[in-house]
Design a protein around this ligand. Structure first.
Ligand code: ADP
Ligand code: MG
Length: 621
């Protein structure tokens, strides 16, 4: 298996539209041929191309198997898992927790990149090289040039990560027909949409990530009901458990420094993976590690039982995610009609058994779990280019989207797990008299206050007519397209003045963070509710005090001294409450102010504005 020469585009070659699974560990392409999706492998080679890029001292990067081979000799110039860096900042990557042998730096735009031989490589460029390797692989298999593709991404990928994937394809000269979620693709590969009705669980355990998705099929149409997962859990952890065995076994025999040498760790990883893969087939296998440079040749037999004891807790964590997804989708285990296994690590018999036990049914394993995502992408590519399988794709947004309102609360515009494409419109107004501009802060997350959510971007609507507070009518529309791109538009209704933003955040978001944000939303639900209420009350107090301040002098003569005294005390208490945070205190001050201002409201009602304000509260006058 050699390095495939990256040659110049041959424009005379026939062009095909393929599906590409751009994986963290392995990537591959599939094509609809002879009425079914087929993975593309050159004669005698596997279809998968390891998602590894090696930058040599001279010449073009190596991709795939050739690059993986260099990992041992030259780990600092060999990039694994570039997918994890896509669309993210350095701060988002827990490199302390999960160190990599290559040097990760940050660009001016605060995005992660890799320094290799004095040059900065963006994850998009690295992924473009992987895609180029996949295209060459495809070309060697079919003799055709890849013109365009459907590319899959994890369901958890946010806008920035999806955009980065598009950019990688563009750099590789591929037109992206659509970005599709991996679990959706896997279900398509099994043709489950043809069942008409039902619920599907897709369990995807790859090299470094775990994802579970629940999909419904209605009238042959797919919808993702919920997703969950763990971005730091996969076959690599199974390998790591075996590396641990090797390190323990070698501790007494070799110098301690060797056990931390990158070359040793790489060799141990590869040995562990070989042993693990053998254990998927055989009840016992050798963990065999050789490092000729250090005169090391060590082996130890590992039984499947022993291996299963090591990885049991890891498997249990994936089951926890499944249970959470079921809860989110409001489903019972018994509601799931089909279970689909995806990812190389679902070849581990203990994983299959655990999934079968949890769902109480045999999972689909008929298709190769390494190939099924690419095959589904090929089905989708076929359909998008006029092919006959009638499929409509629906996905969900994993986190809620909203805007910050006055005082820092969040108005949720699109709830998490909403089916995309979708849109929502709401009316907003100004807070201050004569306000001619509004700054909109678009946020993502499950918390009630904007400061606890992730800010995706800000934009300003200028040129509002200077009206009294609350008079301007501004319609805000959130539209999330099928690719997960968010467009937020704000429009003042009397003038038609509008402004909008299309969200391509500077920073991506780690999948861990997505999960963290979901969990924080649950954990802080009660406390958030109170804090949000306080924020709303502060806003309300501000408006009420403003109205009272405006009207008290003119109405003073019509009120008796006790009423005025009580109102002034309530005003003082309310002023104080504006900087207080305890809900009962703030609520009390507001209620008292409302009570104390009733006589004033009555006087005003009797005045000239009587008709106009009938039935309205004082603060709305
Ligand atoms: P990704 O989606 O992250 O690109 P894959 O679906 O290609 O990953 O899965 C890669 C993982 O599957 C690796 O950890 C690899 O060791 C593991 N794997 C592949 N074949 C087997 C097998 N027969 N038994 C156990 N694990 C396997
Ligand atoms: Mg995968």
């Amino acid at each position: 298996m050699g390095y495939i020469e990256l040659d110049v585009l041959n424009n005379d070659a026939p062009r095909v539209v393929v599906g590409i699974d751009l994986g963290t560990t392995n990537s591959l392409a599939a094509l609809w041929q002879d009425g079914r999706p087929q993975v593309l492998a050159p004669e005698g080679l596997p279809a998968t191309v390891p998602s590894v890029v090696h930058v040599p001292e001279e010449g073009n990067p190596l991709v795939g198997h050739a690059a993986k081979g260099r990992a041992l000799i030259d780990p600092t110039h060999t990039v694994f898992s570039a997918k994890r860096l896509m669309g993210r900042g350095l701060a988002d990557l827990d490199l302390d927790q999960a160190p990599v042998p290559y040097r990760v730096t940050e660009s001016e735009r605060k995005l992660a990149q890799v320094e290799l031989r004095g040059k900065q490589w963006t994850p998009q460029e690295l992924s473009a090289w992987i895609l180029t390797g996949v295209m060459e692989h495809a070309k060697a298999a079919t003799g055709a040039e890849v013109a365009s593709a459907v590319i899959t991404v994890p369901a958890y990928f946010d806008d920035a990560q999806r955009q980065a994937t598009r950019d990688a394809a563009r750099l590789a000269g591929i037109e992206v027909l659509r970005i599709v979620n991996e679990p959706t693709a896997a279900s398509l590969a099994y043709g489950l949409e043809q069942k008409g009705e039902g619920t599907v669980a897709v369990y995807d355990l790859g090299g470094g990530t775990f994802d579970v998705s629940l999909l419904s099929i209605e009238d042959g149409v797919f919808q993702v009901l919920a997703t969950n997962g763990d971005t730091r859990l996969g076959g690599d952890d199974f390998d790591q458990a075996l590396v641990g065995l090797a390190v323990d076994g070698l501790r007494e025999r070799v110098p301690a420094a060797l056990l931390e040498d990158p070359a040793f760790l790489q060799a141990a990883r590869l040995a562990a993976e070989r042993c693990k893969i053998a254990l998927s087939r055989d009840p016992e296998a050798d963990l065999h590690l050789t490092l000729p440079d250090h005169d090391l040749d060590w082996r130890r037999a590992v039984t499947r039982e022993e291996f299963e004891a090591l990885i049991g807790p890891l498997i249990e964590r994936t089951l926890q995610s499944c249970r959470r997804a079921l809860l989110d989708a409001d489903l019972e285990v018994g509601d799931v009609d089909e279970v689909v296994l995806v990812g190389g690590s679902t070849r581990v018999p203990a994983v299959r058994a655990a999934v079968e036990r949890l769902f109480g049914r045999k999972p689909h394993t008929e298709l190769n779990p390494d190939h099924v995502v690419a095959m589904g992408a090929a089905v989708q590519a076929h359909v998008l280019t006029g092919g006959t399988r009638d499929v409509l794709l629906m996905d969900v947004t994993p986190l809620s989207l909203g805007i910050e309102t006055i005082g820092g609360a969040v108005a949720k515009m699109i709830e998490r797990n909403s089916t995309i494409p979708c849109s929502h419109k709401e009316g907003f107004t100004t807070y201050a008299d004569g306000q001619t501009g509004i700054v909109f802060n678009v946020v993502q997350g499950e918390r009630e206050l904007a400061e606890d959510c992730r800010s995706l971007g800000r934009f300003e609507l200028k040129g509002l007519p200077p009206l009294p507070a609350g008079m301007a009518r501004v319609g805000v529309r959130f539209a999330l397209d099928a690719d997960g791109m968010l467009t937020v538009t704000a429009k003042e209704e009397s003038t038609g003045q509008s402004a909008s933003i299309e969200i391509q955040p500077m920073h991506g978001l780690t999948d861990d963070e997505v999960e963290g944000m979901l969990e924080a939303g649950f954990e802080h639900a009660r406390e958030d509710f109170d804090r949000r209420r306080v924020v709303e009350l502060h806003t309300e107090l501000g408006t009420m005090l403003l109205a009272i301040g405006k009207n008290l002098e003119s109405a003073r003569g019509a009120l008796d001294p006790e009423t005025i005294a009580e109102l002034e005390e309530a005003v003082a208490a309310a002023e104080a409450a504006r900087s207080q945070q305890e809900l009962p205190t703030v609520q009390g001050a507001r209620d008292r102010l409302e009570q104390a201002s009733l006589p004033l409201a009555a006087v005003l009602m009797d005045g000239v504005v009587k008709q106009a304000v009938e039935g309205k509260r004082l603060d709305e006058v």
